[in-house]
Design a protein around this ligand. Structure first.
Ligand code: GLC
Length: 535
C-alpha cells in the first residue's frame, strides 16, 4: 500500500490543493449491488493516496430520491442507505485524514427534495401557512390562477412552476422534485448554518456550495426581462450577506468553501471571493474554452486578473459530473463546452482528444491555484453515449429527449480489467451500462503501463507535490510562436504547450521533468503536446 501523504498542516492548504471529485454512485462498489458506496470509497483510499491528490470532494451523499443524482436532498444529516451510514461517513473522513486526504462535502442550499419533511409539511399545511413560507408558493395568474406566477426559464429547460392540488404554485429552478427554498426566511438561514456546523463537527475540511449564485430571489418575483439588471434570481446582492455569515462559521473550524458560481461577469464573480466571503469558486471560463491557444491564454489571464484584487487563488477544472468528459470534448469539431449544443452521436476522434487532454492536464497542473480532478479523468475515460432507454438524467427528459443529459460522464469506473463489469457491480452490473471497451481503461491495467493516462497523472502530481514552482504564486508569459503557450513560474518551472501544427524547439533548460507525449526526432515539441522543464 502507498505510504500516507504528509498532510499539509498550514491553513492555506486549499490555495494550491489538488482535489479529486467523487461521484459516490459511480466511483467504487463495495457491496457489489451495482451502485457505488462508501465502503467502496474506503477500499480505494490507497488508490487516491498513490494518485497524489490532497483532498476529496463528494457530490451529495445524503438521503435522496435521486431524481437529480443526489442534488435533491431529503435529509442532510443522513447518508443515503444505498451508500452507507453516517457512522461509515465519519469513519471514512477520519481514515482519509489519516492518509493525508481532506474531505469536502457538497451542500445544495438553493433547493431541497420534494420528499424533504419541510416540503411535505408545506404541502399538507396549505395556502397561507407558515410552512409554505419556507418555499416560494404563490397563486397563479390568469382568471382562475391557471397560469404560472411568472415566466422564469428553468436551468433545466421547461417550466419553473408546478401547481399543487389546492391551486397554489411553487417555484423550482430545476426539476419539480427540487422546490426552491425561500432564503429571505430566517429559518432557512439558520438551518443551513446548522448543517454546516454538523459537517464541520464531523471533520470535513471544506464545503462545495451548489448553485451558489441562485439562492436569493427578487422578492417581487418579477418576470424575467432579458438584459435588464439585476437578474431576478441570479447573483442577487443579498447572497453576499449569507456567505459572510457562513465564513464566520467556517473560521471556527478552519473550513473552506468552494462555490459553484457560473457568472460571465468577472467583476461580479470576484465579489464572492472577497476575504470575508467564499475562499474559492469554480472557474468555468477555462473549462468552456475550446482547444485554442488564444482562448485558453485569455481565459487564464482573465481568471488571474479577476482573482488578483480580492487575493483569492484561482481554481482550474477541466471536467466534472455535469459536463462532457475532456478527452471527448477535445476530440470533436467543436472543442468548447456548452450545455445548449449537446447532442447524441456527435463524431469524436478519441485519439486526438486524448492527446490534447494529456497536454491539458500538464497545462492545468502548472497554473497558479488549486485544481479539481473529476473521477476517471486520470484514466482518460471518454463520455459514453448512453442508450436512450437507460438514461436517468432529468436534463435529458426535460429537453424532450434531444439533450443526451449528463449520464455519459457518470458511468461507473473500470477498476479491474479482468473482472465482470471491470470490478464494479458484481452480478447485478452497474446502474449505468459500461461500454464494451471499458476494460481498456481499467485502473489496474493502466497502473502497469508506463505511458498510460494514470501514469501521467501520478507522475505529474508527484512532481507538483515535491517540486518548486507549482500552485499559488505568479505566472510569467514568455515569447512563443503563434499557437504555443509558454510560461514560467517562480522556482524555475517552465510549461510549454504546443497547440499549433508546427513542432517547436524547447527553450533552454536544465532538466526535462515530464512531457504529455514523445518529442519528435529533433527533440522538438509536437502538436497537442505539453512539457514541463526546469530552468
Ligand atoms: C449543480 C450541480 C448539478 C445539479 C444542479 C442542481 O449545477 O452540479 O449536478 O443538477 O446544481 O442542484
Amino acid at each position: 500500500m502507498a505510504a500516507p501523504l504528509p498532510l499539509r498542516s498550514d491553513d492555506d492548504w486549499w490555495r494550491d490543493a489538488v482535489i479529486y471529485q467523487i461521484y459516490p454512485r459511480s466511483f467504487a462498489d463495495g457491496n457489489g449491488d451495482g451502485t457505488g458506496d462508501l465502503s467502496g470509497v474506503r477500499a480505494k483510499l490507497p488508490y487516491l493516496v498513490e494518485l497524489g491528490v490532497d483532498a476529496v470532494w463528494f457530490t451529495p451523499w445524503y438521503v435522496s430520491p435521486l431524481v437529480d443524482g443526489g442534488y435533491d436532498v431529503a435529509d442532510y444529516r443522513t447518508i443515503d442507505p444505498a451508500f452507507g451510514t453516517l457512522g461509515e461517513a465519519e469513519k471514512l473522513i477520519a481514515e482519509a485524514r489519516e492518509l493525508g486526504l481532506r474531505t469536502i462535502v457538497d451542500i445544495v442550499p438553493n433547493h431541497v427534495s420534494d420528499q424533504h419533511h419541510w416540503f411535505q409539511a408545506a404541502l399538507a399545511a396549505g395556502p397561507g401557512s407558515p410552512e409554505r413560507e419556507l418555499f416560494h408558493f404563490r397563486p397563479g395568474r390568469g382568471v382562475d390562477g391557471e397560469l404560472p406566477p411568472n415566466d422564469w426559464p428553468s436551468e433545466f429547460s421547461g417550466n419553473t412552476w408546478t401547481r399543487v392540488a389546492d391551486g397554489e404554485w411553487y417555484l423550482h429552478l430545476f426539476t419539480p422534485e427540487q422546490p426552491d427554498l425561500n432564503w429571505a426566511h430566517p429559518a432557512v438561514r439558520r438551518e443551513h448554518e446548522e448543517i454546516l456546523r454538523f459537517w464541520f463537527e464531523r471533520g470535513v475540511a471544506g464545503v462545495r456550495i451548489d448553485s451558489a449564485a441562485l439562492l436569493a430571489k427578487d422578492p417581487g418575483l418579477p418576470d424575467f426581462v432579458k438584459g435588464v439588471d439585476p437578474h431576478p434570481y441570479v447573483d442577487q446582492d443579498e447572497l453576499h450577506d449569507i456567505y459572510r455569515s457562513w465564513r464566520t462559521i467556517a473560521r471556527e473550524y478552519a473550513g473552506v468553501f468552494v462555490g459553484e458560481v457560473w457568472l460571465p461577469d468577472a467583476e461580479r464573480f470576484a465579489r464572492y471571493l472577497r476575504p470575508d466571503e467564499l475562499h474559492t469558486a469554480f472557474n468555468f471560463n477555462f473549462l468552456t474554452c475550446p482547444w485554442d491557444s488564444t482562448c485558453l491564454q485569455r481565459a487564464i489571464d482573465d481568471t488571474l486578473a479577476e482573482h488578483e484584487p480580492v487575493g483569492a487563488p484561482a481554481t482550474w477544472v477541466l471536467c466534472n459530473h455535469d459536463v462532457t468528459r475532456t478527452v471527448t470534448r477535445y476530440g470533436r469539431e467543436d472543442t468548447g463546452f456548452d450545455f445548449a449544443t449537446k447532442a447524441f452521436g456527435t463524431p469524436t476522434d478519441l485519439g486526438l482528444g486524448t492527446r490534447r487532454a494529456r497536454a491539458a492536464a500538464l497545462l492545468t497542473l502548472a497554473l497558479p491555484g488549486s485544481v479539481y480532478l473529476y473521477q476517471g479523468e486520470e484514466l482518460g475515460l471518454p463520455e459514453v453515449d448512453i442508450p436512450r432507454d437507460r438514461v436517468q438524467d432529468p436534463m435529458h427528459f426535460r429537453s424532450g429527449g434531444t439533450d443526451p443529459g449528463r449520464d455519459g460522464c457518470r458511468v461507473p469506473l473500470p477498476w479491474a480489467a479482468d473482472e465482470p463489469h471491470c470490478g464494479f457491480g458484481g452480478d447485478a452490473g452497474p446502474w449505468l451500462p459500461q461500454p464494451l471497451d471499458w476494460a481498456d481503461y481499467a485502473a489496474d491495467r493502466q497502473a502497469r503501463e508506463p505511458g498510460s493516462m494514470l501514469a501521467l497523472y501520478r507522475e505529474a502530481l508527484s512532481l507538483r507535490r515535491s517540486g518548486a514552482g507549482f500552485g499559488d504564486g505568479p505566472l510569467t508569459w514568455k515569447p512563443a510562436p503563434e499557437g504555443v503557450l509558454h510560461f514560467s513560474r517562480p522556482g524555475g518551472l517552465i510549461c510549454l504547450v504546443n497547440l499549433s501544427a508546427t513542432p517547436v524547439a524547447l527553450p533552454g533548460h536544465r532538466a526535462r521533468l515530464l512531457s504529455s507525449g514523445p518529442l519528435d526526432g529533433e527533440g522538438r515539441l509536437p502538436q497537442d503536446t505539453a512539457v514541463w522543464l526546469r530552468a
